[in-house]
Design a protein around this ligand. Structure first.
Ligand SMILES: *[C@@H]1O[C@H](CO)[C@@H](O)[C@H](O)[C@H]1NC(C)=O
Ligand SMILES: *[C@@H]1O[C@H](CO)[C@@H](O)[C@H](O)[C@H]1NC(C)=O
Ligand SMILES: *[C@@H]1O[C@H](CO)[C@@H](O)[C@H](O)[C@H]1NC(C)=O
Ligand SMILES: *[C@@H]1O[C@H](CO)[C@@H](O)[C@H](O)[C@H]1NC(C)=O
Ligand SMILES: [Zn+2]
Length: 361
């Protein structure tokens, strides 16, 4: 008797300790600091381990330096066919707030889906595919020392006689490649590469998007800085067929952002609110038929630029989370809520029709 009480106590103690250890792990990860690639990779493993029912990972390609590009897939299992939401961070190495945002976003979703019925409903219809750091080689290089902190591009060497390194990944996609807002000089920050998709990182994203083009509802790519929400297209003479709707959804996101800490975000196409460009992943996503495609340029407006102080990580992520959630909610409701209402109306209509037919015959 005493022995069994003791063993129950022992089990209880062990279980409590277990939970304390898990809790410590969570508290040990500091979302208000910038993290190295190794720390982010470990964090990804922790998310998978701590949330095995909702988080899995997929390796979908590799970088020039042969690192695995990995995304986290977040969603509740469902018997229905699900749609996909894409988010990538860290396509430009020096924009450290972007990977910090992807991590914050994952933390918030995982912390709220059990208690927030809307998030839980959305995760039954949608899987989120989140790449915390796309340009891993560049990101690691930007952490090397204070002379490399502002590295932007990939780490592939120049071709022919050009001795500089790196291609601008966001000029390397097969979307009006080479047409505007690029440089053919391999030393330039906006060098678009020797050919479209010369960079394995751009090729990996392209293949994933192309394989899933019919199921991806929304493409979000996170950058800094400038406080902008950009819509397709970067080319001034090409207009997205749903530009009005993209603008409406973008403006609603900017309003959601402003409601959090009062920050102003400007919405529009790159030629209208920034500068023209071509070969971006956002434009590629829209070109292959993904209806909602946006670039976020997070804080600030240039005071600190790419070196956004760590005390701004949390407020920046809090407001951008509401912006992203506003877009995802719109896309979800358009596809699932209004679609469901239409199908109920159609069912009612056919029931009425059947009744009318049976009453007249
Ligand atoms: C990439 O992932 C594969 C499959 O999990 C693994 O075998 C390989 O060691 C990984 N490569 C690197 C560089 O981490
Ligand atoms: C870069 O780091 C070196 C060595 O830590 C230091 O002496 C130097 O002042 C730093 N330079 C800048 C611009 O911060
Ligand atoms: C590289 O430089 C060499 C020597 O200046 C020149 O002969 C060659 O044509 C150059 N190659 C290219 C592709 O520009
Ligand atoms: C856009 O069209 C105008 C008028 O045809 C032309 O002058 C301009 O060069 C075009 N812009 C680009 C980037 O092709
Ligand atoms: Zn960028």
């Amino acid at each position: 008797m005493l022995q069994s009480i003791l063993s129950v106590l022992l089990i209880l103690t062990l279980e409590t300790q277990d939970r304390v250890v898990e809790g410590l792990e969570h508290r040990a990860y500091d979302y208000t600091k910038y993290h190295t690639m190794d720390e982010i990779s470990e964090w990804m493993n922790m998310m998978i381990k701590d949330h095995p029912d909702v988080v899995t990972s997929i390796i979908y390609g590799n970088t020039y330096e042969k690192r695995n590009i990995t995304l986290l897939k977040i969603g509740l299992s469902s018997t229905e066919k699900k749609k996909m939401i894409w988010m990538d961070c860290g396509i430009h190495a020096r924009e450290w707030i972007a990977p910090a945002f992807c991590q914050h976003f994952v933390k918030e979703i995982l912390g709220s889906y059990k208690t927030n019925p809307k998030i839980s409903e959305m995760l039954k219809h949608l899987d989120l595919y989140i790449t915390p750091v796309l340009n891993m080689d560049g990101y690691i290089y930007s952490w090397k020392d204070n002379t490399t902190r502002l590295w932007r591009k990939t780490r592939s060497p120049g071709t022919d006689n050009c001795t500089c390194f790196g291609t601008d990944l966001n000029r390397n996609f097969y979307a009006n490649w080479g047409m505007v807002g690029i440089s053919r000089d391999c030393c330039s920050e906006i060098y678009n590469g020797p050919s479209p998709l010369s960079e394995p990182e751009a090729k990996s994203v392209t293949d994933f998007l192309s394989d899933n083009r019919d199921n991806i509802l929304c493409f979000l790519t996170i950058h800094s800085y400038g406080q902008l929400i950009l819509l397709p297209y970067g080319h001034p003479n090409i207009t997205a067929p749903n530009e009005d709707e993209l603008m409406k959804v973008g403006l609603a996101a900017a309003e959601a952002i402003k409601a959090v800490h009062g920050m102003d975000y400007t919405v529009g196409t790159p030629p209208k609110v920034l500068y023209p460009n071509s070969g971006s992943s956002r434009d590629f996503a829209r070109l292959i038929g993904i209806p909602f495609s946006f670039t976020f340029e997070l804080r600030d407006k240039g005071q600190h630029g790419f070196k956004l102080p760590e005390d701004q990580i949390q407020p920046t992520c809090e407001e951008a989370y509401q912006g992203a959630l506003s877009i995802i909610t719109y896309v979800h409701d358009k596809t699932f809520v209004r679609a469901a209402a239409t199908s109920i109306a159609a069912t009612l209509w056919s029931v009425c029709l059947a009744l009318w037919l049976s009453s007249t015959i």
